[in-house]
Design a protein around this ligand. Structure first.
Ligand code: FRU
Length: 511
């Protein structure tokens, strides 16, 4: 309780400071939203999710996963098995606000079309079901059967402890392990277990985030049930001492013909601008200890406001696919969406490239998106309204440019491209649409580096009913943002340098 109060005060202080710096009206309504240990059981019993009549509402994403009803946050238990991508997620089955934390469940065969399944795990005596991961236990190390799907999650009661549940029917039904919790703890700063098999040392490795205590704990196990502490990791984050660490993911990536370890961690309220953000730390892992490269942290995985708690799918071989929660704790409780709240980002493939002699984490939308794409056409200055679309704007980098996306009502999103500085500024101002629901939502200019030395840059905009995800073609920069225009943007203006724009429709995944 004490820790949480301090947490909320820090959150409010940082939000006020950030609001002052970027010129927003301070607003602290978001303080109500993040309250991990309060359980809200006052809402009516759940209705079974159904697509009937739903998913056509104003602001309903057409190419992103949203639950038919109710509130969602972090992706959880991401695992690929027998041709199916499982996506569990933090979910309130009883309402459109944070509470009653459970694991919702959706499945996909192509990472694009999703089918909502029954809720997989709900609160028990040990507490709410917070974030966690799932693995396929091919070799039956745990004894639940070869190929069992084993989920490790945080039981959030009076303390945050780690628990296990397993499924032997492809994620339909889970049995809780009788020996829970598998990692005991006595405070509320240890959560979000992400587990992988470490080949060289022949054991499972778990990363756990330390919340307000900051840093990561690593644990090891031969059977997923008995865990031994391996090491503790922490690096100071420049200019951002007061934020909590959440949702870690330690991955091994291809890099320069070899391999390189990268630790991904979500931090809040210390994102690139304010609120929630995801950082990455390239380094080395020897089976016990993670050592980060000597860099100035944080390095951001995404420079927008709305990509948080992202982790990668387990069991996808060397392909790394990440899904993030497309929202921000600063205003997640207020976004004007009903009867659902929150979408996930588009799934992204992660790659590590060398830039200026150092590893740079790149993200691009998975190629499976082509499955819902129409053919490319010259964009022109306007087009018919669509479910969603991909707009590709190639601009020369000999002078500055301004790219403006707008709709028939004059609501607009502006992106400035600074040629000499090799960066962009995206203006999510009050002109983008509805920003009135929370004073921290409107951001005059969020900036991100292009990380390119070329004479031109291609910017890919994935535009849905309430989001714009912006990438450089190679993924050297990504910027994910919610926007709430009353109609999807369907006009384009580019001024400044020479530019060429193409567009292709992306059809609704709910049809
Ligand atoms: C991150 C997070 C996790 C926690 C979950 C609770 O967004 O705070 O650390 O497990 O959300 O819903």
């Amino acid at each position: 309780m004490h820790t949480r109060m301090i947490g909320l005060r820090l959150l409010a202080a940082t939000a006020l400071l950030a609001a002052a710096v970027i010129g927003c009206q301070p607003d602290d309504t978001h303080k109500q939203d993040y309250n991990p240990l309060i359980d809200d059981k006052t809402e009516p019993e759940p209705e079974k999710p159904t697509d009937e009549g739903l998913r056509k509402e104003q602001y309903r994403p057409q190419i992103h996963f949203t639950p038919a009803r109710n509130r969602m946050n972090d992706p959880n238990g991401m695992v690929y098995a027998e041709g199916v991508y499982h996506h569990f997620y933090q979910y309130n089955p009883k309402g459109n606000d944070w509470g009653n934390m459970s694991w919702g469940h959706a499945t996909s065969k192509d990472l694009v079309h999703w089918e909502e399944q029954d809720v997989a795990l709900t609160r028990d005596d040990l507490g709410d079901i917070f974030s966690g991961s799932a693995v396929i236990d091919k070799d039956n190390t745990a004894g639940f059967g070869a190929g069992a799907m084993v989920a490790l999650y945080t039981s959030a009661g009076s303390a945050q402890q780690q628990s296990l549940a397993y499924s032997t029917d492809g994620g339909k039904n889970f049995t809780r392990f009788s020996g829970n919790p598998v990692i005991r703890n006595n405070d509320d700063n240890l959560r979000d277990p992400k587990v992988f098999w470490h080949e060289e040392s022949g054991k499972w490795v778990m990363s756990l985030a330390k919340g307000w205590a900051k840093g990561i704990e690593f644990y090891g196990s031969s059977d997923l049930k008995t865990w031994t502490h391996l090491s503790t990791f922490f690096v100071p984050l420049s200019g951002r001492p007061d934020l909590q660490w959440e949702c870690p993911d330690l991955v091994r990536m291809d890099y320069k013909g070899g391999k390189k370890w990268v630790l991904i961690v979500s931090v809040n309220p210390g994102g690139p601008i304010l609120g929630s953000g995801t950082m990455y730390l390239p380094g080395d892992f020897d089976g016990t200890t993670f050592t980060a490269d000597d860099r100035d942290y944080p390095l951001w995985l995404d420079y927008g406001m709305d990509n948080y708690a992202g982790v990668t799918w387990s069991n996808t071989g060397s392909r790394l696919v990440m899904l993030g929660w497309m929202n921000n704790w600063s205003y997640a409780g207020n976004v004007p969406c009903s009867p659902w709240r929150s979408a996930m980002t588009l799934p992204r493939e992660l790659k590590l490239v060398e830039y200026e002699g150092k590893p740079l984490l790149c993200s691009t939308v998975v190629k499976e998106i082509d499955g819902i794409a129409g053919s490319w056409k010259e964009a022109g200055s306007s087009w018919e309204s669509m479910d969603a679309y991909q707009l590709s704007v190639k601009v020369a980098l000999d002078k500055n440019s301004t790219i403006t996306l707008s709709n028939d009502k004059g609501q607009k999103l502006v992106v400035e491209v600074y040629a000499a500085d090799r960066k962009i500024a995206l203006k999510r101002s009050a002109a983008t649409g509805d920003t009135s629901f929370n004073g921290t939502f409107s951001v005059p200019a969020m900036q991100g580096p292009l990380c390119t030395e070329g004479t031109e840059v291609t910017l890919d905009f994935f535009v849905d009913q309430s989001s714009v995800e912006l990438f450089t073609r190679e993924g050297t920069l990504s910027m994910t943002n919610l926007v709430f225009p009353t109609g999807i943007y369907n006009h384009l203006e580019v001024t400044g340098a020479a530019a060429q724009a193409e567009i292709r429709s992306l059809s609704s995944i709910w049809k």
